[in-house]
Design a protein around this ligand. Structure first.
Ligand SMILES: Cc1cc2nc3c(=O)[nH]c(=O)nc-3n(C[C@H](O)[C@H](O)[C@H](O)COP(=O)(O)O)c2cc1C
Length: 353
């Protein structure tokens, strides 16, 4: 069993396996462990300040001399900060916090500092990033040109054929096909009206033989068979997130790790309630309360900022009911252990090593 050519030489890795970036879960230690083991580790920096981005990149470089990816969110920062929707949601969250005994501090939409990928580009160029992966859209032509001139390999995220064709037309070097099974935010960006909800098998069928750049399959891949299946279906490699959530190097709180380990196939939902953008995670009280309230959900990233302090407090007290437990449909396949051990087991089970 071997992958179709393309992704391992392009990324200068041994195995066609990418640890998907997971903001709030992945660490420099996790990314470096996967890269040192022969895969591609990914460092999430979506929405972080340029200073934080620099520190995280440097921390990862200290732990590995091998190629790793830095991962960005390429979204529009909401300009029209709809104050009415913001305040209605804030009222609701404030009363929820009162009932739950959580602290709450009111804020105005203007007080939130929201970083765009454009704020981060300078640091990425200065740090000479070997691989840059991104989701939620496509960078502008000028940034694409500058990064490519700097020697950076670009990997975009698509959730339907049209998005994959768009990324290819922009000169993106490889594309992650994110099936609806995947944990975390949907990368969808072309249609505001309808969310593509295409399963990984159908997505691979639609894109292979049409898209010429290497394709990474993502969503629900968590064991040797699913890796082999994705490669047979025409993927050049796989991208895996949820499997690494319980790893020693993950910063997920213990209650979240347990929920992932014990998850049944029916336990995740697609929801906009936590961040204002569609994402898949394990259902909990925060999702249910916001969904059932029927209150308009402000756009990403405003809703993300509004629920942020609640999630932070819940993290501090290890309360799984009020954090975001982003996870994919194969969450229950995950196991405890070091990132290196989880990675090696997968490679062996897939017959790659
Ligand atoms: C907790 C969590 C956080 C995620 N954060 C990001 C992120 O910051 N950037 C990104 O491109 N993808 C993100 N993803 C998607 C993963 O990189 C990966 O594509 C996905 O997890 C693959 O599906 P799986 O979870 O079924 O393995 C996240 C996924 C999870 C589960």
């Amino acid at each position: 069993m071997s992958a179709t050519p393309g992704i391992t030489p392009l990324l200068q890795i041994t195995y066609p396996v990418v640890q998907g970036a997971m903001l709030g879960v992945s660490t420099p230690e996790m990314a470096a462990a996967v890269s040192n083991a022969g895969g591609l580790g990914s460092l999430p920096v979506g929405g972080l300040s340029p200073d934080e981005v620099k520190k995280l990149i440097q921390a990862t470089k200290e732990k590995t001399a091998r190629t790793f990816a830095v991962n960005l969110f390429v979204h529009e920062v909401p300009e029209q900060r709809a104050a009415v929707a913001f305040n209605k949601m804030q009222d609701f969250l404030e009363s929820t916090c009162r009932q739950e005994g959580f602290p709450f501090e009111r804020r105005t939409p203007e007080s939130l500092k929201l970083y765009s990928y454009l704020d981060q580009v300078e640091v990425l160029l200065a740090e000479k990033i070997p691989v840059l992966s991104f989701t939620f859209g496509c960078m502008n032509d000028e940034v694409i040109r500058a990064l490519k001139k700097n020697g950076t390999v670009l990997i975009g995220t698509a959730t339907c054929l049209e998005e994959a064709q768009y990324l290819e037309s922009k000169g993106i070097d490889a594309i992650t096909l994110q099936g609806v099974e995947a944990g975390g935010h949907r990368g969808s960006f072309l249609s505001k009206a309808t969310l593509p909800q295409i399963g990984l098998m159908s997505l691979l069928s639609a894109c292979r033989n049409v898209i010429q750049v290497p394709l990474l399959a993502a969503g629900g891949i968590a064991d040797g068979e699913s890796v082999k299946g994705a490669l047979i279906m025409g993927a050049s490699g796989v991208q895996i997130g949820t499997l690494f959530i319980p790893a020693d190097e993950s910063i997920a709180i213990p209650a979240y790790k347990e929920a992932v380990l014990n998850a049944r196939d029916v336990d995740t939902v697609l929801t906009k309630s936590i961040s204002g953008r569609w994402a898949r995670g394990i259902n909990n009280k925060l999702i249910r309360l916001i969904t059932d309230s029927g209150i308009e959900i402000p756009d990403y990233t405003l809703q993300n900022s509004l629920t942020g302090p609640i999630r932070k407090h819940a993290q501090q007290i290890n309360d799984k009911e009020f954090v975001a437990m982003w996870a994919g449909q194969s969450a229950g396949k995950s196991k405890k252990g070091s990132t290196t051990a989880i990675f090696h087991q997968l490679i062996a089970a897939a017959g790659l090593g």
